[in-house]
Write a protein that binds this ligand. Structure first.
Ligand SMILES: Cc1ncc(COP(=O)(O)O)c(C=O)c1O
Length: 407
């Protein structure tokens, strides 16, 4: 009998055409050289341009800090490039243990456990704690890794409207018989606003559910010593038994830690598949992260600088009538509506020397394409002013495409 399966090449081609029609193609840009906020970026049609980067997550400006880079170099010279094994075999070096202790001390929690990435850590937490009969209640705007994590865990995933604590409570009450987690971003990655953590902690406590906060964008940036959104909300490890902090954003390196109560963290260390079945982070990367954590704790001026830049940008962008979102963090999205509009504005900014990537569905809801502007402590106030002005020009050019074409 002849086999007639759907052809995967044909499917891929159809999907690509669909993305093309919806201005939804996603192409990587090649960074040839980076010096702080300046990036030399390859043009797809040849040659390159130096752009001011306003879309990185290097919030504290630590990724090229001398102390961070030299810690990496020293560790590479001492330990080599790779960890040579999974954490439970031979990949857990002294520097890994030191970083875990430093982060636990920083966050004032009993335990912290290192993962290869925030994505892997989120998969690990939900998979290790939840099974088929359990409930995972999540904010509708949570990061994709948390949604994927719930799907992989096989639990029942229920999403509540953004920041709607009553909605979360309703979901919890509707399944009062099963073990449950409430899961939220601390700072929403594409919107920049904060989760109502204090209220969610109360809802979770009343419903005997476990609250897990993904603080990928809050760590280093918010709270005393940059301890993040949980600390900024005045919550302790009893209220938030587990939280995620990532090292690839404000800490300028790579990897992530899950921090919190010892029984839960120790359970993850022994059972989490994304930790067991992968090679541990390279020691030089961990050494770099450790240096960055120490700087993040100490350098308050970096957080103050971010607040100044954010307030300055908002004031100027509002004067230009740009459509901002209610965010006080260094994530300042400018709403563009359609995908085509977001792409046109991003291209216009690039022509003027700025790099701000267009963020489109499915990363954000349909009709809410945006330019996700981000600041780092390495930006200058004058650069932020100039960006706000360039955004207004980009909006006007996108609204009037003829002069845009002729420009
Ligand atoms: C909210 C959130 N959680 C998790 C992640 C994943 O972290 P990582 O880049 O370390 O995999 C990201 C970023 O990509 C994020 O924005």
């Amino acid at each position: 009998m002849a086999v007639e399966r759907p052809d995967l090449h044909a499917r891929v081609a159809t999907r690509r055409e669909q993305r093309e029609a919806e201005s939804g193609r996603r192409l990587r840009r090649e960074v040839l050289r980076r010096d702080g906020v300046r990036c030399e970026v390859a043009n797809p049609e040849g040659g390159s341009r130096t752009l001011l980067n306003f879309c990185s997550n290097d919030y504290l400006g630590l990724s090229q800090h001398f102390a961070v880079v030299s810690a990496l170099q020293d560790a590479a010279a001492r330990d080599g490039a790779g960890s040579t094994g999974s954490q439970l075999v031979c990949g857990h070096h002294a520097v890994h243990a030191e970083l875990e202790r430093e982060v636990a001390d920083w966050l004032e929690v009993p335990r912290a456990l290192l993962f290869d990435s925030g994505y892997a850590a989120n998969l690990a937490v939900l998979q290790a704690l939840l099974g088929d009969d359990d409930l995972c209640v999540q904010d509708r705007l949570n990061h994709a890794s948390l949604i994927d994590a719930a799907r992989l865990a096989g639990c029942r995933l229920r999403r509540y409207p953004h920041a709607d604590v009553e909605g979360a409570l309703r979901q919890l009450r509707s399944m009062a018989e099963c073990a449950a987690m409430v899961v939220t971003d601390g700072v929403f990655s594409m919107d920049g606003d904060l989760a109502p953590l204090r209220e969610l902690a109360i809802a979770a406590r009343v419903q005997q559910a476990l609250l897990y906060v993904d603080d990928a964008h809050g760590i280093g940036v918010l709270g005393a010593e940059g301890r993040g959104s949980v600390a900024a909300a005045g919550l302790d490890p009893v209220a938030v038994p587990l939280r995620l902090v990532t090292l690839g954003k404000a800490l300028g390196s790579h990897g992530a830690l899950v921090a919190g109560e010892p029984d839960l963290v120790d359970h993850l260390a022994e059972t989490a598949r994304p930790l067991l079945y992968t090679t541990a982070l390279p020691p030089p990367v961990v050494a770099a992260a450790l240096a960055a954590v120490r700087l993040a704790r100490r350098d308050h001026w970096r957080r103050e600088r971010l607040q100044e830049l954010t307030a300055r940008f908002r004031a100027r962008a509002e004067r230009h009538g740009l459509q901002l979102m209610p965010s006080d963090t260094p994530i300042q999205p400018v709403l563009c509506g359609s995908n085509a509009n977001a792409l046109a504005m991003s291209a216009s900014l690039e022509r003027d020397g700025y790099w701000v990537a267009a963020i489109r569905p499915p990363t954000v809801p349909e009709g809410q394409a945006r330019l996700r502007v981000t600041f780092t402590a390495a930006h200058e106030p004058a650069q932020v002013d100039a960006l706000a002005d360039a955004l207004a020009v980009a909006r006007d050019r996108a609204a009037d495409p003829l002069p845009n074409r002729m420009a």
